[in-house]
Design a protein around this ligand. Structure first.
Ligand SMILES: Cc1cc2nc3c(=O)[nH]c(=O)nc-3n(C[C@H](O)[C@H](O)[C@H](O)COP(=O)(O)OP(=O)(O)OC[C@H]3O[C@@H](n4cnc5c(N)ncnc54)[C@H](O)[C@@H]3O)c2cc1C
Length: 460
């Protein structure tokens, strides 16, 4: 049989097939600088071309890994030397914007920030927003059901996707480009693919729900003395800001001082408070919105719930606050976790976790921050070492979730890194159904094999 790479080169012209050093010169991911490994990297220019590629790979029993911006946190897009990589970097167009219905059609290879900016020029907000906005793709954010900083108001990517087009492992195109908020005509097939991390199909085009761009924005960084005060502030901002609260990002003091420490960002306020909150509201009435926002902060300063606050006066001052929350390079390398749990359990979870980490390794530090309104905490654990230490640390972080009705993955997915832990958060019946779905849609196990779930349970 002819070599699959030669067949792909016959099929995809104009440099669409990349091999050799042009692959290994690419980093494995944002998190892993080691060279990418693959037989070939193929860049289709259209859904039909991708369908032809997958049909060929299917006929040759060729495994395929789809990659977006490679910012995913769970090694879900990592390939091996035996895989063919699909990259949608030639499919980045904003195809259309329907201003009356507030709907955009975007190709899956488009970079999130580019689409956000294109839509903002037309007066629309694409509310999905995360620190990786400059690299992550629309397809990647759909495939991971990304969350980010605006979930408390607009939901995760799942809540913003009205329709999508996907190519199955055998090349079948499923065009489910619904544009309506309401469509109960049978099963909602798009939901199968949102959050499936490239294991059930390759997303090529997405119909996204848009919102009007805000006319006013209020931002503040404040410090609080207790977690109870942090939660009281969240509740009062949710109830008293007329629904405009869009972000409420909490940083435990140790995280804040670590990212603003030696060789880190400059600290916008004293680095020794117990909790910091970066809060943002977006509304339509600049004067009234600002008055309401500042009144809540003043009341909280008077009551003692907050002890310090900064309100940025320019976009550059605002950016200097956000960089402390979003750019965590100063604390790397570290193990990164992404758990969910009820807000009421967060403080005791963090205390229990810290005690267990200290008992495990006297030098271990857990740096905690997160989207607490979504029940989502991120934890960096330092120092980090080899595979065995990583496994032990996983057991501590996930073990402390026991009995809390939480999840080992709030927004990052499962990929390879959390696969062994899936049964902590999903029942046997749920996992069996996931396996059935994988076998139905990808019977040869060619799409992103080894990620999230195997088609059959491990043999004993
Ligand atoms: C600085 C930083 C901040 C981050 N903040 C957040 C955050 O706040 N919230 C959050 O949820 N995540 C966050 N992430 C994680 C990451 O950005 C998201 O998971 C993002 O959605 C990944 O998109 P990507 O295009 O980089 O996908 P990749 O990393 O390339 O791929 C991720 C997964 O999606 C699959 N995939 C990619 N494209 C497609 C496609 N077209 N069709 C089918 N499957 C596909 C891949 O096979 C892989 O399994 C952050 C990452 C970084 C580096």
């Amino acid at each position: 049989m002819t070599n699959i790479v030669d067949r792909l080169k016959e099929l995809v012209k104009d440099g669409g097939v990349v091999t050799g050093a042009d692959i290994s010169s690419r980093a494995t991911s944002y998190w892993d600088p080691s060279p990418t490994a693959a037989k070939a990297l193929v860049r289709p220019g259209s859904t039909q071309e991708l369908s032809d590629i997958l049909r060929l790979c299917h006929a040759h029993d060729q495994s395929v890994v789809v990659q977006g911006g490679l910012t995913g946190v769970v090694a879900g897009a990592v390939s091996s030397k035996d895989d063919v990589i699909i990259s949608l970097e030639r499919m980045q167009a904003l195809e259309s914007v329907d201003e009356m219905d507030g709907v955009a059609v975007v190709q899956a290879g488009a970079v999130l920030q580019v689409v956000q900016e294109q839509l903002a020029e037309r007066g629309f907000l694409l509310p999905l927003d995360l620190g990786a906005r400059g690299s992550c793709t629309i397809g990647g954010t759909v495939a991971t059901n990304a969350g980010g900083i605006n979930v408390l108001r607009y939901g995760m990517m799942r809540n913003l996707v009205l329709g999508l087009e996907v190519v199955l492992a055998d090349g079948t195109i499923i065009s489910s480009m619904n544009r309506m908020l309401k469509n109960n005509a049978g099963y909602d097939l798009k939901q199968l693919f949102i959050g499936s991390e490239g294991t059930l199909g390759i997303v090529t085009r997405v119909v996204i729900r848009l919102f009007p761009l805000a006319k006013s924005r209020q931002t503040a960084l404040f410090a609080a003395t207790s977690f109870d005060a942090v939660v009281r502030m969240l509740k009062s901002m949710q109830s008293d800001l007329a629904g405009t609260l869009s972000a409420y990002e909490v940083m435990w003091g140790e995280y804040f001082s670590a990212v603003t420490g030696d060789a880190g960002h400059s600290a916008p306020m004293a680095p020794d408070y117990p909790y910091y909150v970066l809060v943002e509201a977006q509304g339509a009435d600049p004067d009234a919105d600002t008055d309401r926002f500042e009144a809540i902060l003043e009341r909280a300063l008077e009551s003692g719930d907050i002890i310090d606050a900064i309100l940025p006066k320019s976009e550059s001052e605002r950016a200097a606050l956000w960089v402390v929350r979003e750019d965590f390079e100063p604390v790397l390398p570290a193990y990164l976790y992404d758990v969910s749990l009820p807000i009421r359990a967060m403080s005791s979870y963090v205390e229990r976790l810290r005690a267990k980490l200290a008992a495990w390794n006297a030098a271990a530090v857990g740096l905690v921050f997160g989207h607490i309104a979504d029940g989502n905490l991120h934890i960096f654990v330092r120092p980090c070492g080899d595979g065995a230490a990583h496994d032990e640390c996983d057991a501590i972080v996930y073990g402390c979730l026991a009995g809390l009705s939480g999840s080992i993955s709030a927004e990052h997915g499962i990929g390879i890194e959390k696969k062994a832990w899936l049964s902590e958060s999903r029942s046997g019946a749920e996992i069996a159904l996931m396996r059935s779905m994988k076998r139905l849609l990808d019977p040869k196990n060619l799409l992103n094999p080894g990620k999230v779930i195997d088609p059959a349970p491990p043999s004993r």
